[in-house]
Design a protein around this ligand. Structure first.
Ligand code: SF4
Ligand code: SF4
Length: 446
């Protein structure tokens, strides 16, 4: 396959990183790559999706991975998968013999093995410099669901209209579903038999990197999981604490023990971020140590400092997240080539075992199988209207290419992007009811 053909297919089918920030997949393709990595580390606690998908579609995903590798002219592809996912590894071993340029790299059961920069180090030994993209080291990373979407784009030109979502926590039957984009989260939770506690809270994403979501928020191309928790659960209370309170707590309780820095996943790779210095500067007034503040721009938001490392219960990552948003809004950019150090010699002793993390987060009782139901869920009886968001990706929001009153078919294009962004397609036959700058409402045809 030609490079432009593959890139065009990815763009036309609206493929973005399925989970995480939703970086448009075509924009990652580069002929400078010497290695393609398939990310099946799946380190967010309670997530099962990637290992389930890779087990179900091993041959298809391997074939798409090899096509991408060959198309960009990369020497090899590596599947980064935890050794603990033994059934999936066994399944991969059944098929991998047919792909001589693909190898498996077994990862330890630690957090955050799935962070792109950590994964690249673990599988290739290369360290991506702070603020740089993986391609600067000749690497491209795609996750398992993204690669499955690439497979369907190559094979059938099928656009992305569904998302696999794991429903976990306080629900009758934790499970992973294939749901159309635009369905409210509460309707997805109903598939799992509904909530088992009163007044629960939804986290979109997981306990470490997820955010508190409104139950009427809708599924997008990056919705990985809905974690349902009681509202007095420590994870919820931590995520709901506002920044004023977080700053007051930093001022009164940060003892500068630097545990957050010693365990920081990016600091351990030699990146200049030091959350304890950020906390000191934040507590004293943001301008006291500009370097510490600006270096926080290299944070991955893995959550270790707030959810695990700080024994005072403080929240460096949350304050850093807000600071970064503010800085970005003002158009201030971090240094392009900051100083960085060698990988910390103690790194391997400071990674976090998953079992310990799950226990510390207080979610052990939710750590159960959430089997994959691979059939597309039909919401035509439960939902009248789909709300299709126009910004489900990094880059510009898409612009509608349909008008109110138009009848559209399933898979038809609803919105398009001229610059960096992603095309959006209809998950169902229907009629366009409303268009705003943020979303398109689609009445589903019954
Ligand atoms: S771990 Fe907590 S108390 Fe220690 S330096 Fe970091 S934020 Fe401060
Ligand atoms: S969230 Fe905390 S631990 Fe993770 S990279 Fe950012 S500062 Fe480091």
């Amino acid at each position: 396959m030609q490079f432009t053909e593959l890139s065009g297919l990815m763009k036309e089918c609206g493929i973005v990183g399925a989970g995480g920030a939703g970086f448009p997949s075509y924009a990652k393709l580069s002929e400078k790559a010497d290695t393609i990595i398939l990310n099946c580390a799946e380190c967010e606690p309670l997530f099962r999706l990637h290992r389930q998908l890779l087990m179900t579609y091993a041959e298809e995903i391997l074939s798409a991975l090899d096509t991408v590798r060959e198309t960009v002219g990369a020497k090899k592809a590596i599947i980064g998968i935890k050794a603990a996912y033994s059934e999936t590894v066994e399944e991969l071993n059944e098929h991998i013999g047919a792909f001589k340029n693909i190898e498996i790299s077994l990862l330890p059961e630690v957090y955050p093995a799935g962070d792109e920069i950590v994964l690249i180090y673990e599988t290739t030994g290369k360290v991506v410099k702070p603020g740089q993209l993986p391609i600067s080291e000749g690497v491209i990373v795609y996750n398992v669901e993204t690669m499955l979407n690439i497979h369907f784009a190559i094979k059938e030109k099928t656009p992305v209209c569904y998302k696999y979502v794991t429903v976990a926590g306080e629900v009758e039957n934790p499970q992973t579903y294939k749901v159309p984009l635009g369905v409210p989260l509460k309707k997805v939770v109903e598939l799992s038999g509904g909530e088992t506690v009163k007044d629960c809270v939804y986290l979109s994403g997981g306990a470490m990197t997820g955010r508190v979501a409104n139950k009427n928020d809708v599924v997008t191309k990056t919705t990985n999981a809905i974690l349902v928790l009681p509202q007095n659960h420590p994870v919820v209370m931590k995520k709901k604490t506002n920044s004023k309170v977080n700053i007051y707590r930093a001022m009164s309780a940060c003892c500068q023990c630097r545990m957050c820095t010693d365990m920081c996943s990016r600091n351990l790779l030699g990146h200049p971020i030091e959350p304890h210095l950020f906390m000191r500067a934040a507590a004293k007034g943001m301008t006291k140590d500009v370097t510490a503040m600006m270096n926080s721009m290299y944070c991955s938001q893995c959550g270790i400092c707030s959810m695990y490392a700080c024994h005072q219960g403080l929240s460096p990552s949350m304050l850093i997240g807000e600071f970064r948003n503010e800085i970005r809004k003002r158009g201030i950019k971090p240094e392009k080539e900051p100083k960085f150090s060698e990988v910390d010699e103690h790194r391997k002793y400071r990674t976090i075992p998953m079992e310990r993390l799950v226990s510390r987060l207080g979610i052990s009782k939710y750590d159960v199988e959430a089997p994959l139901d691979d059939s597309p869920q039909d919401f035509s009886k439960a939902v009248k209207t789909l709300k299709i968001m126009l910004s489900q990706h990094i880059g510009q929001p898409a612009k509608a290419v349909v008008s109110v009153g138009d009848t559209v078919k399933k898979f038809e294009k609803l919105a398009s992007c001229e610059g960096l962004g992603a095309e959006i397609h209809s998950p169902a036959d229907g009629v366009v009811k409303e268009i705003t700058e943020k979303y398109i409402l689609l009445d589903i045809k019954r």
